[in-house]
Structures are given as structure tokens and as C-alpha cells.
Design a protein around this ligand. Structure first.
Ligand SMILES: *[C@@H]1O[C@H](CO)[C@@H](O)[C@H](O)[C@H]1NC(C)=O
Ligand SMILES: *[C@@H]1O[C@H](CO)[C@@H](O)[C@H](O)[C@H]1NC(C)=O
Ligand SMILES: *[C@@H]1O[C@H](CO)[C@@H](O)[C@H](O)[C@H]1NC(C)=O
Ligand SMILES: *[C@@H]1O[C@H](CO)[C@@H](O)[C@H](O)[C@H]1NC(C)=O
Ligand SMILES: *[C@@H]1O[C@H](CO)[C@@H](O)[C@H](O)[C@H]1NC(C)=O
Ligand SMILES: *[C@@H]1O[C@H](CO)[C@@H](O)[C@H](O)[C@H]1NC(C)=O
Ligand SMILES: *[C@@H]1O[C@H](CO)[C@@H](O)[C@H](O)[C@H]1NC(C)=O
Ligand SMILES: *[C@@H]1O[C@H](CO)[C@@H](O)[C@H](O)[C@H]1NC(C)=O
Ligand SMILES: *[C@@H]1O[C@H](CO)[C@@H](O)[C@H](O)[C@H]1NC(C)=O
Length: 805
């Protein structure tokens, strides 16, 4: 992703949709006969199939979820339009803030960057949802961009109570959720981002325009006819009391495709950009083909000396475009399988409160600028399992022989997962029958609503939940699960976030990555990536995504239990010889001195949140296990020169702290502005506190060690770029609760004859599905809708979708 944001047109391709109907009931009729036998008792509580008429003329009913109400107000929901507008208006009236509206704000004006809900303290929420207290008073979290000063800052403030009442509402610096105690302020390294280009980068580029024309036939001067772009490291180097940048040239794509990050050109320059006076910023050298030239003059002299090795350029072509290419595969032009939901939604959604129930599970949704979607108060049959589950931060740490790849360690909440959680494409991102929800975020005195940016759907997995065969019967249970999904496209990358709930009580957290890689110029980078195109290296990088899982297993007093398989040599009364075998070793995480963990060697340890006061009838603790399901990794680089203290959550796999109202998040969106002294230094959460029967926060990492290869061109694919973790009930229920579903079957047979097909009350779909009705009209895709907040203009929404680069 680049340094700047800009509006961009979105190309929508039309697909010709086939129009035909299929009959859902294709299965042959089961026999109704029942042979008496030892297992006939199973019949008591169940229904048996009988022959019935096919009503293949009736259409499947697409019922919308029943109209129902959440048990309580969603205290994590975004501010309403009226609330956000009133807070913005009130802040503009506070003379000491000296705010200028964003449209008119220049680099030396203060402006209001963000107004959002201040997520209430868990302590106050529990008093409301578990006790008799009223809903917590609402507060807004606002971010000020203080630039009318030599020392610009981003400042977090707390505004409230809301609704705003003149004389009662106040603002105060926000400090309690951060480890850094500097009045909610952190220095702002972006204050002069416009001048950086106009007063420095384009001037540097102009000074070698003859060389860029000669090498690549183009210029980067900030003009409409630029065919080159320039951007570089993130975060900037913050050593020695200076700010140092490395930037590089990229070819611009000349069509709708976002291929710029595949088009590096291999020329780099270093700049000292300390301070706010552009006249003091200076170029400190050039790098090309691993040769450093300390001045433009030295570079220019070498370039035109007649003895300069010119390397090739990466140029856009079909190789960098995602449209279909190559001969059509056999039968691929025929319609692939589709999923349908013949009975409509089998879940309930309260759109007003953003609350969902499915098969005993329930939860609330929350959405923020920084981290996008989170889930709160996840319960099973009314019993809370997790108070909070959501993304905290995601980093992409690159490496390379060149300074731009070496200096790149994106901390993506700086850009935000909320602003880029675009509308989902029905039939592609989610099944066409999914239910959708809108999400909103605030920027520049407007709120942008991403239409249909969260989807909910049930899906029948391609494998059953359970099966067993003998010579006389086979039993089999369908694996129907429920997912909540959103996709955030942060610059070049598309992160697909999915939370899935299963009939056995397990919860799966997954992330997948697609989109364009950020690649490197190939020269001298062979140790840092594969050579993947003409002059291109697939720059190696680690993605690490940190999540918070605030478990509440039968209340807030919880303990992490470790159960390890250990190899032992053991003597037994019944054996003459000692035996080499294994046994279980159980232990607890006692305190925060021992709570930063790596997944055990050979997956030999089970990590489980239990409540040691709550045992099942066999005396075992009831709890939920935390089970990495694939690629749950941490950062390879140790003591990163780029990140310093700003992403200390990335060093381990699984971390447990005492949950506190003062430690709600592991990272802050502006941690990259002062990597030595970030707003939230996760290491400071660990101060030896007791973790036995305390309210625990679990922080875990997902990610990928991504070494892009030719299969990442033009885009990385979700099939292999994925990571996940499961929370599974372990001795939590007395049995496998998926037995409760009626979507199972038992077939009794012998000598080649089926004597019985036992079903359990599952209605068979006998309607027909009109696929032409199922297929969404992709011309309905709209992008984001925007409502102006100051001045407030709720009745004049307009469409505008922003993306990075
Ligand atoms: C179902 O449709 C088929 C083909 O149109 C027809 O032959 C059959 O009679 C129909 N069955 C019922 C029960 O309507
Ligand atoms: C308020 O901001 C303006 C720039 O928008 C600046 O010129 C002025 O000095 C500031 N006033 C105070 C009191 O800081
Ligand atoms: C809630 O109120 C009821 C009746 O006033 C009282 O008996 C109960 O203890 C209260 N519960 C809590 C958690 O305060
Ligand atoms: C608060 O006061 C400002 C001016 O002092 C006024 O414009 C605004 O309407 C008042 N807001 C409310 C909610 O009374
Ligand atoms: C771009 O346009 C400017 C005039 O605005 C012109 O001077 C320059 O030569 C053009 N550059 C290229 C690469 O065509
Ligand atoms: C050309 O450059 C190479 C390395 O950059 C150097 O070794 C060589 O001496 C140069 N030749 C001339 C003729 O300058
Ligand atoms: C989403 O937003 C659009 C545009 O404002 C609106 O028409 C639609 O009703 C919203 N959907 C829901 C589920 O609220
Ligand atoms: C949340 O809890 C912290 C720590 O007790 C407290 O300082 C803060 O004021 C509380 N925030 C709100 C909005 O009540
Ligand atoms: C099974 O079916 C076959 C042919 O349909 C029949 O000959 C045979 O007697 C049946 N066996 C039993 C045990 O019913």
C-alpha cells in the first residue's frame, strides 16, 4: 500500500447469468418398512419417513429472518448518525480545540479525524447485562489531528456523556486505555504529507527526470501525465532523533487493474525529512543495482558516464491483470455447483441491535475504524463463552537487500480495517442466499456506510460432522455451520475474516489473504524471495494478525490449564519390565511471568481455558480448548529494526493477561508514529499479575510466512494463504452436542437390502429453486454511501468509495 489515499473508480464486470431451475429433491424415496430388532428403541423419539407427494411445482420460500429482538441493547454498536453529528458539532464549538473543517484544513490547521463509540468498560457492561444496572453511559472517542503547531500530534480524546448536552458534555484527553501516559497524544509524522510530495519527492524526481525518461520513458512530477509513482518505507526510520525515508519508483498501471505493487523499478533514494520546514529536508543519496551514490551529482555522472548498467523495468501486462486468461478448461463454461437455502434463513438477526442467533449460539456485532468487525457476548444457550472476540492489529513485515523492502513493516490498523471493509459480492464472497449487514465509519465530518459489508450464512460442509459404519448400519450427521464474514482490502491486500460456529459447540476463527502482493525489484534480492517475473522478486514477508479472545467460562474467574503429552518410562505392577510410554502432565499458567507462549513442539500441549470452580459430573474442569488449526504463526524477525516496541504482540503465539478496563487493546493505530515509545506497548501488559481464577484475556496470532511465488501472480489465492484457530468445548458439555441436530440419518441394512432409513424430523425440501431468482444482479453493487456530519446533512447521501494508493 502506498502513502497516500485517493478516490478511485471501481470497475464492475457483468457476468451473464444462466436462468434455469433445478429440483432440490433429487433423492430416491426411502422404503418405509421397519424390521423389529434390538435397535428398535431408537425409533421412540423420532419420526420415520413416509411416502409423500412431491410438490415440485411450489417454489422454495425465501423467508427473511423472523423479526425478533435482541435481549438487550447493543452497547458496542456504532454511534448513530445523530450522535456522531452532535459530537462533531459540539467539538467544533470548543474554541480551545481550534478545529478547521477537513475540506478547508491545510497542513497547519487542526482537524477532527475520527468520532466513534468509545467501547464501554467491560466492568460497566457486565453490571448491565448480568446485573441490574442500566446500560453504560455512552461516550465518544475522537481523534484530533493537531497540526497548528511546530510539534504536531494525533490526540485521542474522550467526549461525553452523549447525547451531547451543552454544559454537561465535556472532553478530556484519553489515556486510560494506553500504556503511554502522554495525555492521549502521540507525535504525528504525517502532518506534512502533501508538502512531502510537492516540496520534496517531486522535486527530487524532477532533478533526474532525464534519467527516468531514459530508463523508463516517464516521470513522476505530480502531473496528470505521470507514468511513474514514488513511495517507500513505512514506518519511517526514527533513529538518532531524525526522520529518514527511503522511497522508490514504481510504474503506474494504465488501466483499472491495481497492479502497481507488481511494478517496482529498482531505483531508491534516501531523504532526511526531520522537522516541519521542507526547506531543511534533504536528499541523502541514491541506490541503484546495489551501488550507493551519496549525491544526485554522483548518480547523474555515473549514469551518463557510458559505463552504467541499466536494468530492465517491470511493465504491466496481462500477467498482472486478474481477468480470465488462457484456453477455457473442459466443461468450465458450464454452470458450477451452487448452494441454495431452500427454507430461507435458519437464524435470526436483529438488524437494529446487530444481534444474531443460530442453533443455540448468540452474539452481538461491533465495528470500528481501526479493526473492523468484532463479536461481543458470544453465548451458547444463554451461557457466555466469550465476552469479546476480534482482530487487534495486523502487520506485514517485509525484508530485502533493498532499503524499501527492508524498511517496510505495515501496521494495518494505521490505515484501518473499517474504512476498507467494502461491499461483499454475493455469490462470490458469500453464498447468494446470505444475509447482509451494513457497517459505517467516520472520516472528515462524514460517515461512510459500506453497504452489505458483513454477511451471515449457513453452509453444509463438504464432509459430515460424524459418521460410523458397521456391517449392519451406517450413521451420518450433516455438518451445517454458520459463518459471519467481512473482507477488508487494505491497499494491495484483501483480508477475508470469517468466524464460524459449529453444531458441536466449536468456534473457528479464520483469515485468508488475496489481492496483489507487494513485490520487490529482483536485483540482489535472491536471498529474500523467488524470482517470479522478468525483473521481479516475490518479496518475502510475514503476516501476523493479533486477536483478542476474552473468554468467560462460567463467569469471569478463569484459569489456563495446560495438558501435555509427555514421553515416560514407567513401571507397572503388572509388568516385569519398565515400559516406554506416555502420560498426561497437567499444569496451570500461574501469572503473567509465564503467560507468553509458543505452540508446543509437536502440538503436544492442549491449551484450555477452564473455571476451576466448575467441574463436570466426572470431576473434570469444564472448559474451552484453543487449538491452532492452521498456520498460527508469530513474527520470524526478532527485535525488528522497523517495529522496535510497536508490535510486541507479534513475538509469541499465545499470550494471556489479566483482563483490565485499562488494557482493552494490544495495539494502537498510531503505534507506527513513535516505534520506540508507542501508544500501546504490549510488553507492558505483563507485570507478573496472578492469572489463576482471574478474568483472563487471551491474545493469539494468526498469519502466514509468505514467500510469494509465480502462483501469486497476478493475485495471491485464498486456497493456500490462510490461517486459523479453533475454540473447542473440552469436557464442557457432557456429550457431543451436535447429536442434537435432526440433520442426521441412520441406515440399517443387511444382505444388500436396506431395512430402514431412520431420520429425525428434518423436513425435506420439496420445493423447486428458481436459480434465476437466486442469482444476484451484480449491477446492484453500489460501493459506499456517505452522509455529511458537519454540517449535518442526513437527507443528502452520496456514493463515494475510497481505497488506498
Ligand atoms: C413434477 O414435475 C414433473 C416434470 O415436470 C412431472 O412429470 C410430475 O408430474 C410433477 N410431479 C408433481 C407431484 O407435480
Ligand atoms: C488556531 O489555528 C490556526 C490555524 O488553523 C492558527 O493560525 C492559530 O494560531 C490557532 N490559534 C491558536 C490559539 O492556537
Ligand atoms: C438485582 O435486583 C434484585 C432485586 O432488586 C436483587 O435481588 C438482586 O440481588 C440484584 N442483582 C444484582 C446482581 O445486583
Ligand atoms: C450548544 O451551544 C452551541 C453554541 O454555543 C449551539 O450552537 C448548539 O446548538 C448548542 N447545542 C445544544 C444541543 O444545545
Ligand atoms: C507532461 O506534461 C507536461 C506539461 O504539463 C510536459 O511538459 C511534459 O513533457 C509531459 N511529460 C511527458 C512524459 O509526456
Ligand atoms: C565500469 O564500471 C565498472 C564497475 O562499475 C568498473 O569496474 C570499470 O572499471 C568501469 N569501466 C570504465 C571504462 O570506466
Ligand atoms: C444498508 O444501507 C442502505 C443504504 O443506506 C439501505 O438502503 C439499507 O436498508 C441498509 N441495510 C440494512 C440491512 O440496514
Ligand atoms: C473505564 O475504566 C477505567 C479504569 O477503571 C476508568 O479510568 C475509565 O474512566 C472508565 N471509562 C469510562 C468511559 O467509564
Ligand atoms: C434382499 O433382496 C433380495 C432381492 O431384492 C432378495 O432376494 C432377498 O431375499 C432379500 N433378503 C432379505 C434378507 O430380505
Amino acid at each position: 500500500m502506498g502513502f497516500r489515499s485517493a478516490g478511485r473508480l471501481f470497475g464492475v464486470a457483468a457476468t451473464i447469468l444462466s436462468s434455469f431451475t433445478v429440483d432440490v429433491l433429487a433423492a430416491p424415496q426411502p422404503k418405509a418398512a421397519w424390521v423389529r430388532g434390538a435397535r428398535s428403541r431408537l425409533a421412540k423419539s423420532s419420526k420415520w419417513n413416509s411416502k409423500r407427494e412431491l410438490s415440485n411445482s411450489s417454489q422454495c420460500e425465501q423467508t427473511s429472518p423472523p423479526d425478533f429482538k435482541a435481549p438487550f441493547e447493543n452497547v458496542w454498536a456504532r454511534l448513530t448518525d445523530d450522535e456522531a453529528a452532535s459530537v462533531a458539532a459540539w467539538l467544533f464549538h470548543q474554541p480551545e480545540l481550534n478545529l478547521t473543517v477537513s475540506d478547508k484544513a491545510g497542513e497547519w490547521d487542526n482537524s477532527l479525524l475520527l468520532v466513534e463509540l468509545m467501547v464501554p468498560n467491560k466492568t460497566d457492561v457486565l453490571a448491565y447485562i448480568d446485573g441490574n444496572a442500566t446500560a453504560p453511559t455512552r461516550y465518544a472517542h475522537a481523534v484530533l489531528d493537531i497540526r497548528a503547531t511546530e510539534e504536531p500530534t494525533y490526540t485521542d480524546i474522550l467526549v461525553g456523556p452523549i447525547p451531547v448536552v451543552n454544559g454537561t458534555t465535556t472532553w478530556q484527553p484519553l489515556e486510560y486505555p494506553y500504556t503511554r501516559k502522554t495525555g492521549g497524544s502521540i507525535r504525528n509524522l504525517d502532518a506534512d504529507s502533501d508538502s512531502l510530495y510537492s516540496e520534496h519527492i517531486y522535486k527530487v524526481s524532477a532533478s533526474i527526470a532525464d534519467i527516468t525518461m531514459d530508463l523508463w520513458g516517464g516521470t513522476a512530477l505530480g502531473k496528470d501525465n505521470d507514468t511513474l509513482d514514488i513511495w517507500g518505507i513505512d514506518p519511517v526510520w526514527q533513529y538518532d532523533g531524525k526522520l529518514t525515508r527511503w522511497d522508490t519508483f514504481w510504474n503506474l498501471p494504465n488501466d483499472v487493474f491495481d497492479a502497481e505493487t507488481l511494478l517496482p523499478l529498482g531505483l531508491f533514494f534516501k531523504s532526511d525529512v526531520t522537522g516541519r520546514d521542507p526547506s531543511k529536508w534533504k536528499l541523502e543519496g541514491w541506490l541503484y543495482n546495489d551501488i550507493f551514490y551519496p549525491t544526485t551529482e554522483a548518480f547523474r555522472t555515473a549514469y551518463w558516464s557510458g559505463n552504467f548498467t541499466k536494468l530492465g523495468a517491470n511493465v504491466e501486462g496481462d500477467w498482472a491483470r486478474t481477468d480470465q486468461d488462457g484456453p477455457v478448461l473442459p466443461m468450465d463454461d458450464q454452470s458450477p455447483p451452487v448452494a441454495v437455502a431452500p427454507a430461507g434463513a435458519r437464524y435470526s438477526v436483529d438488524h437494529e441491535e446487530q444481534y444474531v442467533e443460530w442453533m443455540g449460539f448468540s452474539f452481538y456485532l461491533s465495528f470500528s475504524r481501526d479493526t473492523g468487525l468484532s463479536l461481543f457476548d458470544i453465548r451458547h444457550k444463554g451461557q457466555r463463552i466469550l465476552y469479546e472476540l476480534g482482530l487487534q492489529e495486523a502487520l506485514a513485515h517485509y525484508a530485502g537487500n533493498d532499503p524499501v523492502q527492508s524498511g517496510t513493516s505495515y501496521l494495518d490498523t494505521y490505515y484501518g480495517f473499517g474504512p476498507y471493509a467494502f461491499q461483499l459480492v454475493p455469490g462470490y464472497d458469500c453464498p447468494s442466499y446470505a444475509t447482509y449487514m451494513n457497517t459505517s465509519y467516520y472520516v472528515d465530518e462524514t460517515t461512510h456506510t459500506h453497504i452489505n459489508s458483513v454477511c451471515f450464512f449457513e453452509f453444509d460442509a463438504d464432509y459430515p460432522m460424524q459418521r460410523h459404519s458397521t456391517s449392519s448400519y451406517v450413521a451420518n450427521t450433516k455438518n451445517v455451520y454458520f459463518s459471519v464474514r467481512s473482507v477488508s482490502t487494505v491497499g494491495n491486500y484483501d483480508y477475508m475474516f470469517t468466524y464460524s460456529f459449529h453444531m458441536d459447540g466449536s468456534i473457528h476463527v479464520e483469515v485468508r489473504a488475496s489481492g496483489y502482493i507487494q513485490s520487490a525489484y529482483y536485483a540482489h534480492n535472491a536471498d529474500y524471495g523467488y524470482h517470479i517475473h522478468d525483473y521481479l522478486s516475490g518479496s518475502m514477508h510475514d503476516h501476523v494478525l493479533n486477536y483478542k479472545a476474552d473468554f468467560d467460562i462460567f463467569g469471569t474467574d478463569n484459569t489456563m490449564e495446560l495438558t501435555t503429552n509427555v514421553p515416560v518410562t514407567e513401571s507397572y505392577v503388572w509388568s516385569d519390565h519398565p515400559r516406554n510410554t506416555m502420560k498426561l502432565k497437567r499444569s496451570h499458567i500461574k501469572n503473567e511471568d509465564e503467560s507468553r507462549l509458543f505452540w508446543d513442539f509437536n502440538s503436544q500441549t492442549q491449551y484450555r481455558i477452564v473455571n476451576t470452580d466448575v467441574r463436570n459430573k466426572y470431576g473434570e474442569y469444564r472448559g474451552y480448548r484453543i487449538l491452532p488449526s492452521d498456520n498460527a504463526i508469530h513474527l520470524t524477525i526478532q527485535d525488528s529494526s522497523n517495529l522496535v516496541n510497536s508490535a510486541n504482540w507479534a513475538k509469541h503465539d499465545l499470550m494471556i493477561t489479566k483482563r483490565k478496563d485499562t488494557e482493552p487493546r494490544s495495539a494502537h493505530a498510531y503505534n507506527n508514529q513513535d516505534v520506540y515509545n508507542p501508544v500501546i506497548d504490549f510488553d507492558e501488559f505483563f507485570n507478573g499479575e496472578n492469572l489463576e481464577q482471574e478474568d483472563l484475556a487471551v491474545w493469539f496470532n494468526l498469519g502466514m510466512h509468505h514467500v510469494p511465488h509465480t502462483g501469486d501472480l497476478p493475485n495471491t489465492v485464498f486456497t493456500t494463504a490462510h490461517s486459523g484457530i479453533q475454540f473447542m468445548p473440552l469436557n464442557y458439555f457432557d456429550t457431543d452436542i451436535s447429536k442434537q441436530t435432526v440433520n442426521m440419518v441412520r441406515i440399517n441394512y443387511n444382505d444388500g437390502n436396506v431395512s430402514k432409513v431412520k431420520t429425525f424430523g428434518q423436513e425435506e425440501a420439496t420445493c423447486s429453486v428458481d436459480l434465476s431468482q437466486q442469482e444476484p444482479d451484480l449491477y446492484d453493487y453500489q460501493g459506499d454511501v456517505v452522509i455529511r456530519k458537519f454540517p449535518y446533512d442526513p437527507n443528502d447521501p452520496y456514493f463515494e468509495t475510497d481505497s488506498i494508493v
